[in-house]
Design a protein around this ligand. Structure first.
Ligand code: GN1
Ligand code: MG
Length: 372
């Protein structure tokens, strides 16, 4: 991201950000967050009313129809804002707003054809890359539950499919099988570990898609990427106040979200560690996240939904490992990398985490069972 920043040039970035500045002028733009796909910046304004906003360049290699993302985001935020007005919550909760350009457009295309958009920054909030304690975990679960709750009455067909195949594990497996014979990476202990890991779990990869096609799990709207640093916390109260990064909100299974939230939240070593011995799935944090989640989500979950929660945790963790590994084999074309082996290292983290989940299956299933 820093490299992109340099090639873009600070002055140019300020000029781009100013397209979206309705109040005052942009005084600075700096790289922000740790996204793997889009380029994200924080713009600072000289207006006391709104001090910051988030500026992003959408990766159009990944999101081929970025205007659909903007359309989804506007449908979702309008729905949630109305819900919150009609039935106010007894605590702070916000949805990021899409900011318009001076010509009332929801995006701006620069001279290179890059697709830029701006989103409001949730004032007085921060996010965290790793879990701090059990109460933080409960708040993460609450945030996902609240997010699902607020869109549970928005019909899935109201949103477009902005990323075909996203979280469809058999699709990633097929892609992996296509890149494998063409790869130029050399064999190593780590590569062989990953090859074997995937090979042992081919049948399992279909579990959620089978349940979906058998009608056991309904198509619903999902966030798509509810990892721990996509939940914003009020700096003063330390309560969750928003779920951000709405690019992947689209029809899917809530199980993809539950699985993704838990694989991210219950991995104290984080996604980027290379200290593989330290990776484990923390069942105490799992219990807290689920408790926080179910406090808000119980109302719309069915018996079948509970039956697939364990599989979702295991599957989405395995799936992310598979996605990183396939991208390593393909020459790092999807996820941004800091070095050529980066996606291989990330894949191993997710596979080690999957192993830890598998070794605690009985315990995790019991946690879920006891919470119904
Ligand atoms: C990507 O770009 P970012 O960090 O928001 C990816 C997610 C992964 C995540 C892993 C569109 O999200 O699916 O879980 O990396 N997003 C997309 O950190 O593929
Ligand atoms: Mg994301």
């Amino acid at each position: 991201m820093i490299e992109e920043f340099n090639t873009q040039g600070a002055e140019n970035l300020v000029a781009i950000a100013n397209q979206f500045a309705q109040l005052g002028k942009v005084t600075s733009v700096k790289a922000f967050g740790s996204g793997n796909i889009n380029d994200t910046f924080l713009a600072t304004l000289d207006s006391p009313k709104e001090q910051h906003f988030v500026l992003q360049r959408i990766n159009t290699q990944v999101f081929r129809q970025p205007q659909l993302i903007m359309q989804n985001m506007r449908t979702l935020t309008e729905h949630v804002q109305k819900r919150l007005q009609d039935t106010p919550l007894n605590r702070r909760w916000e949805v990021p707003r899409v900011l318009l350009t001076k010509n009332a457009q929801d995006h701006w295309k620069d001279a290179d054809g890059s697709f830029w958009r701006a989103i409001s920054f949730i004032q007085g909030s921060q996010s965290f890359d790793s879990m701090r304690d059990r109460s933080h975990a409960k708040e993460i679960g609450y945030a996902l539950g609240m997010f699902h709750n607020l869109i549970s009455d928005l019909p899935a067909e109201k949103l477009a499919d902005t990323l075909k195949g996203f979280h469809i594990t058999p699709f990633y497996l097929q892609h992996y099988q296509e890149v494998l014979p063409k790869t130029s990476v050399s064999q190593s202990f780590e590569v062989n570990y990953c090859l074997q890991f995937v090979s042992d779990r081919q049948a399992f990869a279909h579990i959620l898609e089978n349940a979906k096609s058998e009608g056991k799990l309904p198509l619903r709207l999902m966030h798509g990427d509810p990892k721990i640093n996509n939940v914003m916390f009020d700096i003063v109260t330390q309560q969750a106040v928003s779920v951000i990064d709405l690019d992947t909100v689209k029809p899917g299974l809530v199980h993809y979200d539950i699985g993704d939230c838990l694989r991210s939240g219950c991995n104290p070593a984080g996604e980027e560690t290379e200290n593989w011995e330290s990776i484990y799935f923390d069942t105490d944090l799992c219990q807290e996240i689920l408790q926080g989640y179910l406090a808000v989500a119980k109302a719309f979950l069915t018996e079948n939904d509970y039956a697939y929660i364990y599989d979702a945790i295991r599957l989405i963790t395995f799936e992310l490992g598979l996605r990183f590994f396939a991208d390593y084999l393909a020459g790092n074309v999807y996820f941004k990398v800091k070095h050529p082996e980066h996606n291989l290292a990330r894949a191993i983290v997710q596979f080690k985490l999957t192993e830890s989940i598998e070794s605690q299956e009985t315990q995790i299933r019991k946690i879920i069972q006891d919470m119904k």
